[in-house]
Design a protein around this ligand. Structure first.
Ligand SMILES: Cc1ncc(COP(=O)(O)O)c(C=O)c1O
Length: 473
């Protein structure tokens, strides 16, 4: 076999091409197995590579990528930030590697950590009880919907079959409500980008099970009328659900529970630690008020009278939403992060998230409607195509913002610098934005030109995906 697959290389249109491990395998020698013949298989073709070859392969691949360790990653709503290494160190401790099926009496330390994290999150969100089980924000939303359903059912209000969601909400809100069997009632935002109270009033009624809201919303705007909104939803007999994806805007300063929310999820992989994205591991703990605590998933962790910890099944539990207590290592990292930062550190993080977003919003030449902002802002690419802007920004060595969403802003560039960037990095980001803002369409449409992989035909990729390297011919 040749070192490089020439056909694949040409197909890749001159992009820097790192061969697959099987393509790199130039070994011809048969390897004698020390195992008995009836225990070996000869139908598997594993590449035979040395350790340095393997290490170099993966390092090269990583160099072709852009991640939170490479530079600013202002992907709005996703909170893609550098994650401190100490959280990884804690998760890598031998003591953290406990089999989840072990009897509670033998893993008291594990249960204590889970209990303490439930407690930390409850205090941060202003919630009375927290389950750690859901493995992502979206899974937290779905769990929240199950809880709302169980609560209404138990209160004799099982007929409530509508969930109200503002048009600026994340797509997962609509999906979670629909997956839970609810009819989604979408309400338009007002001219100021916030919930339109008249539209909300018109949408609420005796069929309302819940309103799902994130605050600050996806435009980075705080819902100033949140207490009034909470009263309206509660007066209609509904529950108020908080999408906690934007909690890094409020940490240590304001609590959803105090605003009147009944159920919330935390995206601990965004707000605290664990770089998410690419479908990576996450955790979406769900907090509830006292009235909903008995419905939480099974198992839950509590203190015993003897001062220890135990798993138990809440009285009217909605059942399991994930294996064991949830995505353990992500929870350990969240615990380590909260524990290290403490009240002051968390408040500092949200202050910096807000400061950075507002500083950057002032530096970019693109039009930035609305405001004042919390953790993110949405600029408009105006006459330029936001997707082209994003691709061109890659040529300037930075990750682009989220594009074309929320749709309330034309050619949206939804930008979340996060709390970890310093002023110099924010200025670099602004320079990249502003360089692209001054360029013509032709330049933008041909971008990216300086990246490992160039522009792909997105329609073709969606309709006719090549899912294997073997499809390259
Ligand atoms: C506002 C908002 N809500 C919910 C989610 C869903 O969270 P997850 O990706 O953890 O499922 C996201 C994800 O980025 C989000 O930005």
């Amino acid at each position: 076999m040749e070192y490089y697959d020439q056909a694949a290389y040409e197909q890749a249109d001159g992009d820097q091409y790192e061969p697959l491990l099987s393509e790199k395998d130039r070994t011809t020698a048969e390897v004698d197995s020390p195992l008995p013949e009836d225990l070996t298989r000869d139908d598997l073709e594993f590449p035979s590579l040395s350790e340095p070859e393997l290490a170099r392969h993966y390092v090269r691949l990583s160099q072709q990528n852009y991640g939170v360790d490479s530079g600013p990653y202002p992907l709005g709503s996703c909170t893609m930030k550098y994650n401190p290494r100490f959280t990884e160190d804690v998760a890598a401790l031998d003591a953290a590697a406990v089999h989840p099926d072990r009897d509670g009496d033998t893993v008291q330390g594990t249960l204590e950590l889970l209990y303490d994290l439930q407690d930390y999150l409850g205090r941060i969100g202003g919630m009375d009880a927290v389950t750690l089980q859901p493995p992502a924000g979206a899974a937290g939303e779905f769990t929240g919907i199950l809880l709302a359903e169980a609560y209404h059912e138990a209160s004799g209000e099982g007929h409530r079959d509508e969930v109200v969601i503002p048009d600026a909400a994340h797509g997962t809100n609509f999906a979670s409500a629909a997956l839970g069997g609810y009819d989604v009632v979408e309400i338009p935002s007002g001219d100021d980008g916030r919930v339109d109270l008249d539209a909300l009033e018109a949408a609420l009624g005796e069929d309302t099970a819940a309103l799902m809201l994130t605050n600050p919303n996806t435009l980075g705007l705080f819902e100033r009328d949140i207490e009034r909104i909470a009263d309206m939803v509660h007066d209609a007999g509904g529950l108020l659900y908080y999408d906690g994806a934007n909690l890094n805007a409020l940490l240590g300063r304001a609590r959803p529970g105090d605003m009147g929310f009944d159920i919330m999820h935390f995206n601990v992989h965004k707000t605290f630690a664990t770089p998410h994205g690419g479908g990576g591991p996450g955790a979406g703990p769900v907090g509830v008020t006292e009235e909903l605590a008995d419905f939480l998933p099974d198992p839950h962790v509590r203190r015993t009278e003897g001062g220890g910890y135990e798993r138990y099944t809440p009285e009217h539990s909605v059942g399991k939403v994930h294996g064991f207590e949830g995505n353990w290592f992500v929870l350990v990292k969240a615990f380590a992060y909260i524990d290290r930062l403490g009240d002051e550190g968390l408040g500092d993080a949200s202050a910096k998230a807000v400061l950075n977003a507002n500083y950057l919003a002032e530096q970019v030449d693109y039009d930035v409607p609305l405001g004042p902002f919390h953790h993110e802002f949405v600029a408009s690419a105006g006459d330029q195509d936001a997707a082209d802007v994003a691709k061109r920004m890659l040529d300037y060595g930075v990750h682009p913002p989220t594009t074309k969403w929320p749709e309330l802003v034309d050619e949206a560039l939804m930008t979340e610098p996060t709390e970890v960037e310093n002023r110099a990095n924010l200025d670099d980001l602004a320079d990249a934005f502003n360089a692209v803002a001054a360029e013509d369409d032709e330049t933008l449409e041909s971008a990216p030109n300086r990246t490992t992989a160039r522009r792909i035909d997105q329609t073709e990729a969606a309709r006719n995906p090549r899912l294997s390297w073997q499809d390259l011919d």
